[in-house]
Design a protein around this ligand. Structure first.
Ligand code: HEC
Length: 177
């Protein structure tokens, strides 16, 4: 009896040991990823504009891209169509209020990030940075948040103040730009 249980202990111990060794080794799947391979996926734009690429655009340039690639869903002049409107919106009063770019989004830089990563709906990531800057300028200008002839680039975009900028409870005030 004593020998059997000791033997059982030895087997259990050996199994546990081999499991530890196995988890310490790599399964030899995949390959190391290089910074150049990560770069196309590393496209976050932070609220303060960190990550914005070189380039610029104006509302007039954006209007042309918009007619060709966006109005089919978002309607003429961003007024809405089969998809949500990109212009206007009453200030938010309660949970049921409509949330639009002008009434809800706290940072203008998010517009660049969103359009570049997600639009047009069926061809995400197909726009050039110049086109995204121009579309951002166009939508901001339609919402009267910038002038019609202002240029939007990595320096000017973070300075655009959105109407609902202070409408959020900031959990980590020290980290707010
Ligand atoms: C095929 C239809 C389609 C096209 C074309 C399209 N969009 Fe969209 N867009 C959508 C849909 C659907 C949503 C809503 C996505 C969601 O939140 O579920 C959306 C959301 C958006 C939003 C967020 C609006 C908000 O208030 O949340 C922006 C900004 C936007 N689109 C910009 C553009 C721009 C700029 C273009 C042209 C480059 C474009 N879209 C082309 C369908 C489209």
């Amino acid at each position: 009896m004593y020998t059997r249980s000791l033997c059982g202990f030895a087997v259990t111990f050996a199994l546990a040991l081999s499991a530890m060794v196995a988890s310490a080794q790599s399964p030899n799947l995949g390959k190391p990823i290089s910074p150049a391979e990560i770069a196309p996926w590393d496209i976050n734009i932070l609220p303060d504009g960190t990550g914005l690429p070189p380039g610029s655009g104006t509302p007039a340039e954006g209007a042309r891209v918009y007619s060709a690639k966006c109005s089919v869903c978002h309607g003429q002049d961003g007024k809405g169509g089969t998809s949500t409107r990109l212009v206007g919106g009453e200030p938010i009063k309660n949970m049921e209020s409509e949330k639009t770019i002008a009434s809800f989004w706290p940072y203008a830089t998010t517009l660049f990030d969103y359009i570049r990563r997600a639009m047009p709906w069926r061809q995400p990531r197909s726009l050039t940075n110049e086109e995204v800057y121009a579309l951002t300028a166009y939508i901001l200008s339609l919402n009267k948040l910038i002038g019609e002839s202002e240029t939007i680039n990595a320096l000017t975009l973070p300075k655009v103040r959105m109407p609902n900028r202070d409408g959020f409870i900031v959990r980590f005030p020290d980290r707010t730009p």
